[in-house]
Design a protein around this ligand. Structure first.
Ligand code: DC
Length: 222
């Protein structure tokens, strides 16, 4: 059976949404959109313009006036205004700022509008925190990816060490728990599974196993 043309993937930080989303999109020949990178692009521009994440009005104006689009095949780069951003979006200052920027309702509304437009353009796998609940509530397939905090922190810790960053595991775990709390407790579109989402626990599973499982689910959805 054919997979649905719109697939929403949500879940907490470092649960494996991006790796799964990219792999699924590649297998199905769909476009992949990592919406976290859109919040990061707005945050990066706010920092560049000297506004800072605290300035809600300025950050909102950026989100409302600067179109953001994914660029390239790797799903890891965005264009905002005239700027092409890749690695910059992973900077720790952007990490921190995006966590605050994503709590502003005005920013969320502006980005959700753009995300819906991208979904209207053709088959898409979209990953984030509110895709199944707010952005694409009618998506025929919604996946909610979970893994224990320790497993997620271990993945993040190893990624950072591979990039040559000196970090302690406990520091990474504490940061991840704080992010979970912020994502789940904010007023604007808190992280939660849509009632009709399929929950996939990735603890102890390889990416390949998770992708196979998701494909079987996708092919079973009308
Ligand atoms: O997934 P990420 O870590 O790249 O996301 C960056 C920030 O944006 C993070 O604080 C969660 C937030 N976010 C969100 O609120 N809604 C989304 N759809 C995607 C990300």
């Amino acid at each position: 059976m054919e997979a649905p043309k719109t697939i929403a993937i949500d879940g907490p930080v470092a649960a494996g949404k991006t790796a799964l989303g990219k792999a699924l999109a590649e297998k199905l020949g769909y476009r992949f959109l990592d919406t976290g990178l859109m919040y990061r692009a707005v945050s990066w521009l706010a920092i560049q313009q000297g506004a800072g994440a605290d300035n809600e009005g300025a950050v909102m104006r950026i989100a409302q006036t600067c179109p953001i689009r994914p660029i390239g095949d790797d799903g890891a780069s965005m264009v905002i205004g005239e700027q092409i951003l890749g690695e910059e979006l992973r900077h720790p200052a952007v990490d921190l700022a995006s966590s605050q920027v994503s709590t502003y309702q005005g920013v969320r509304s502006a980005l959700v509008k753009q995300q819906k437009q991208i979904a209207d353009e053709g088959p898409v796998v979209m990953a984030g925190r509110d895709i199944g609940t707010v952005v694409l509530p009618d998506a025929p397939l919604k996946l909610f990816i979970v893994a224990s905090p320790e497993v997620r922190a271990r993945r993040r810790y190893e990624e950072m060490r591979d990039l040559g960053k000196e970090v302690e595991f406990q520091e990474v775990l504490d940061d991840l728990l704080a992010r979970d709390h912020r994502d789940e407790s904010r007023d604007a579109s808190p992280l939660k599974a849509a009632p009709d989402a399929v929950v996939l626990d990735t603890d102890g599973k390889t990416l390949c196993q998770v992708v196979q499982h998701a494909l079987r689910i996708a092919e079973g959805v009308q």
